[in-house]
Design a protein around this ligand. Structure first.
Ligand code: FES
Ligand SMILES: [Fe+2]
Length: 397
């Protein structure tokens, strides 16, 4: 694991205080290789696709786990399977676009043809293949997958506990509410953005900064500890926050964009962040999954997927569509400042020392799980989970 990579002592030996994170952990290039092995290809579940993104037979969506390309396909039998995006012959990637619909999947190199269920159904000149060849042995390689409320997660490890155990009940409930509380979802569309920072800086967004960095959050009353923050030992977070939306916001020409039509299953805002790198949000009536794909040590590509419920009235559908990208995403009212701050974090982290958490820290030498809605200390159990996964020693107090 860590043995054959020379890492700086500042990373190998973490500070004794739980609220201090070595800045080198964002900047050290050799960490990415370890993160792939110990986290992305390890005992974690990664959300890849919601059924609403591939609603019809033949619909597919490409994604990555770490650097490994994968794709999900809706089969003719109704099942959604996730495969390695690699031809079973010599390994060329089968899918090179983000999403689409295909009758079958043909590899252009030697024209091997795979069905929507991953079976090899055609291969030119097969009478001249090796004696042990059979089509049955050369289907696409399927990943271990489990679904939660029609959202499909995959894992690279056989040892990962089942999905519900992994999420813990505390996170499953708010996540279910973001995902429509048992109603079907309908995909509204995507926005894609590249953030110029290490992936851990992107997910380290906390409950403290929201109304301080984001003016729109302040205007919507996201503060004051109204609501709760749930944190788990394996690095997941969930915020269930009350919002107080004024009927008129002077900074907006049309305040109806932030109107809360009031899906009854939230107090205003739900944010769920599952380890290592996915964020789910329901701000007012906007339903969003933020799939994130780190691009090595520096840079993370984020695909914002926006949803409505499939039983929405035409009026609510129009409202959700309008609210979606206007509220959250690269130019969203409550998130547009994030890109600038991620770049600043990345710049500042090149200086030596530790990043130090304060808000909500009551004992620097203990990990606390009873955190308030607007505490930044809710991120510390996630950092501890990261430290353990990576095998770094904590210094003695
Ligand atoms: S690598 Fe795909 S057909 Fe040969
Ligand atoms: Fe933010």
């Amino acid at each position: 694991m860590t043995a054959n990579i020379n890492l700086p002592d500042t990373v190998m030996e973490w500070p004794a205080k739980y609220n201090e994170i070595p800045k080198a952990v964002f900047e050290e290039p050799s960490l990415w290789r370890l993160e792939l092995d110990n986290i992305f290809y390890g005992e974690e579940w990664h959300p890849i696709v919601h059924r609403a993104e591939v609603p019809n037979p033949g619909d597919y969506k490409a994604a990555f786990i770490g650097e490994m390309p994968i794709f999900a396909v809706h089969g003719d039998d109704g099942r959604i399977r996730v495969f390695h995006n690699a031809c079973a012959h010599r390994g060329a990637a089968l899918v090179t676009d983000n999403a689409g619909n295909k009758a079958d999947f043909e590899c252009p190199y030697h024209r091997w043809l795979f069905s929507r269920e991953g079976a090899l159904v055609g291969c030119p000149n097969s009478h001249e293949f090796s004696p042990s060849f059979s089509k049955e042995k050369f289907g696409l390689k399927e990943l271990r997958a489990e679904a939660f409320n029609e959202l499909y997660f995959v894992t690279m490890s056989d040892k990962t506990p089942d999905l519900l155990t992994y999420m813990t009940g505390a996170v499953a409930d708010p996540l279910s509410r973001v995902l429509g509380s048992g109603h079907g979802l309908k995909l509204l569309g995507y926005q894609k953005v590249h953030y110029d920072c290490n992936w851990k800086a992107y997910v380290d967004n906390d409950g403290y900064h929201a109304p301080l960095l984001h003016l729109a959050f302040k205007l919507m009353g996201w503060q004051g500890g109204k609501g709760e923050q749930i944190v788990t030992e394996n690095g997941h977070l969930a915020f269930d926050s009350e919002l107080t939306i004024p009927s008129k916001i002077d900074a907006l020409e049309d305040s109806s964009i932030v109107q809360f039509k009031g899906d009854p299953d939230s107090k205003g805002s739900i944010v769920v962040s599952t380890f290592p790198v996915t964020v789910f949000t329901k701000h007012m009536d906007m339903l969003n999954i933020r799939y994130a794909f780190p691009k090595g040590q520096r840079g993370v590509e984020v695909h914002y997927a926006y949803f409505a419920r499939d039983d929405d009235s035409p009026e609510l559908l129009a409202h959700r569509t309008r609210q979606s990208a206007n509220l959250l995403g690269p130019s969203g009212l409550i998130s547009l400042e994030d890109a600038a701050i991620f770049t600043r974090i990345d710049l500042g982290n090149r200086s030596p020392g530790n990043a130090i958490f304060q808000k909500g820290v009551t004992d620097e030498y203990k990990l606390a799980f009873n955190v308030k809605q607007n505490d930044e200390s809710g991120n510390l159990p996630r950092w501890e989970h990261y430290r353990k996964r990576m095998g770094f020693r904590r210094a003695k107090a």
